[in-house]
Design a protein around this ligand. Structure first.
Ligand SMILES: [Zn+2]
Length: 256
C-alpha cells in the first residue's frame, strides 16, 4: 500500500509546501512554456525498507501514515538518508513538529513578531546632543519609554561610581516621570540631574544624549506603538568630538 492521496494532502498542507529542514518552497517558478517543477518529497521518518536508514519495522498502515512522513526538498531527503546517525527518528519527529508549528504560526500571521522599527515620521539622530543643563535631559526622559547608556572604558573607580550613580538616577526617574506632575517636582528633578552634569563636568566628562524614535510593531496590536528610546552617553571631554546635527565636525577644520 502506497501513500494515499488524502495522506499526501494532509502532509503537504501541514508542511505549508516548504521543506521542513531548509524551509525552501519545494516548487520552482514556472516559465512561459513550462509548469513549475516540484522538488518536494515525502520522506519516511521510520523507514520503509528493512536495513534502510531509520528502519523500524513499522506495519504498512503506520509507515505510510501522515504522522510518519515529513516533507523535504530532494536535497534534504538525500541528506537525511545519507546521515542517519544525525537524522535519527527522534530528531526528524522534532523537526516535523516544529516545522508544522511554524507553518501554523505563519498562517495565523503571528510570524509577525513584536519588533522595533525606526519611526519614519522622525529623522534618526546621527549624533548625540551635548547636554549641559538638567532641563533638556529631563524633557528627553519624560518622552522616552526605555533608556540605555554608555560610558567610557578604563575609568578610575571614583569616576565610574559617579557615572553609574547618574545612570541609576536617570533610570529611576524614567520609571516615575509620569508620577511627577507638579512643577515643583519637575524642577527638583531637573536640578538633581543638573548637579550630576556639573559634577561630571568638573571631572572633565561630557554628557550627550538623543532620543531615537522607534515604533513597536507586530504581535496582536493593529497600530504600531510609539517607542522612543533615550540614549545617554558620558564621554571624556578631551576625547569627545563635537559635531553639528548632520555629523559634520565642529568647529569646521581650516581648509574645508
Ligand atoms: Zn530542504
Amino acid at each position: 500500500m502506497g501513500i494515499s492521496e488524502k495522506t499526501r494532502k494532509i502532509l503537504w498542507i501541514q508542511a505549508g509546501g516548504f521543506c521542513s529542514i531548509c524551509k525552501e518552497q519545494v516548487i520552482t517558478l514556472g516559465t512561459a512554456s513550462d509548469d513549475p517543477s516540484v522538488f518536494g518529497e515525502e520522506a519516511h521518518i521510520v523507514a520503509r525498507s528493512e536495513g534502510g536508514p531509520r528502519a523500524g519495522g513499522l506495519a504498512d498502515e503506520f509507515l505510510n501514515h501522515h504522522t510518519n512522513l515529513i516533507l523535504l526538498c530532494s536535497k534534504d531527503h538525500k541528506r537525511i538518508d545519507d546521515q542517519p546517525n544525525h537524522f535519527t527518528v527522534e530528531r526528524l519527529r522534532k523537526i516535523k513538529s516544529e516545522h508544522e508549528a511554524w507553518v501554523r504560526s505563519l498562517a495565523r500571521g503571528d510570524g509577525n513578531r513584536l519588533r522595533l522599527v525606526p519611526d519614519p515620521l522622525f529623522p534618526q539622530p546621527k549624533v548625540l546632543k551635548l547636554i549641559t543643563r538638567g532641563n533638556p535631559l529631563w524633557n528627553m526622559l519624560k518622552e522616552s519609554v526605555t533608556f540605555e547608556y554608555a560610558l567610557p572604558d578604563h575609568l578610575n573607580d571614583d569616576d565610574e561610581d559617579l557615572i553609574i550613580e547618574f545612570m541609576d538616577l536617570l533610570r529611576d526617574y524614567l520609571d516615575i516621570t509620569g508620577e511627577l506632575v507638579s512643577a515643583r517636582e519637575n524642577r527638583d528633578a531637573e536640578k538633581t540631574i543638573q548637579q550630576y552634569i556639573s559634577r561630571l563636568a568638573e571631572r572633565e566628562f561630557l554628557v550627550g544624549a538623543f532620543v531615537r524614535h522607534m515604533l513597536l510593531t507586530g504581535g496582536s496590536a493593529e497600530e504600531p506603538t510609539p517607542w522612543p528610546m533615550l540614549r545617554v552617553e558620558v564621554q571624556i571631554a578631551t576625547l569627545a568630538e563635537v559635531a553639528d546635527e548632520n555629523g559634520t565636525p565642529y568647529p569646521p577644520k581650516a581648509g574645508i
